[in-house]
Design a protein around this ligand. Structure first.
Ligand code: FES
Length: 96
C-alpha cells in the first residue's frame, strides 16, 4: 500500500515494514520502465509516482488507462509528465 510520507506520522507505521524508493533496489521493473521512457522532467514528484505505480502493479498486473488514472490521481506532477507515466506503467506491466 502506497502512502504519502509527508502525511504519515512515524508512530503510525511503528512495527510495520516500510519500503521507500531506495527499497525498490534500482532494478525494479518500474524503475527500468521510467528510465526507458525518460519519464522525469524536474524529478521532484517521481519517487512518489514510482512508489504508487509499484503499488498499483502489485494489485493489478495489467491496468487499463482508467485504472492508472484513478489510482495515480493523488500524485501531482507539476511538469505534466502524466502521458509518460501512464506509458511507463504499461511498459512495466509487460516486464518481469
Ligand atoms: S517531474 Fe517535475 S513535478 Fe513531476
Amino acid at each position: 500500500m502506497a502512502v504519502r510520507s509527508c502525511q504519515t506520522q512515524i508512530g503510525s507505521v511503528a512495527g510495520q515494514q516500510v519500503t521507500t524508493i531506495e527499497g525498490l533496489g534500482g532494478d525494479h521493473r518500474v524503475q527500468r520502465a521510467w528510465m526507458a521512457l525518460d519519464v522525469p522532467q524536474c524529478g521532484y514528484c517521481q519517487p512518489g509516482q514510482m512508489m504508487s505505480a509499484s503499488a498499483l502493479l502489485a494489485m493489478n498486473k495489467n491496468p487499463s488507462d482508467q485504472d492508472i488514472d484513478a489510482f495515480m490521481s493523488g500524485n501531482i506532477c507539476r511538469c505534466g509528465t502524466y502521458p509518460r507515466i501512464r506509458a511507463a506503467i504499461k511498459a512495466a506491466a509487460k516486464m518481469s
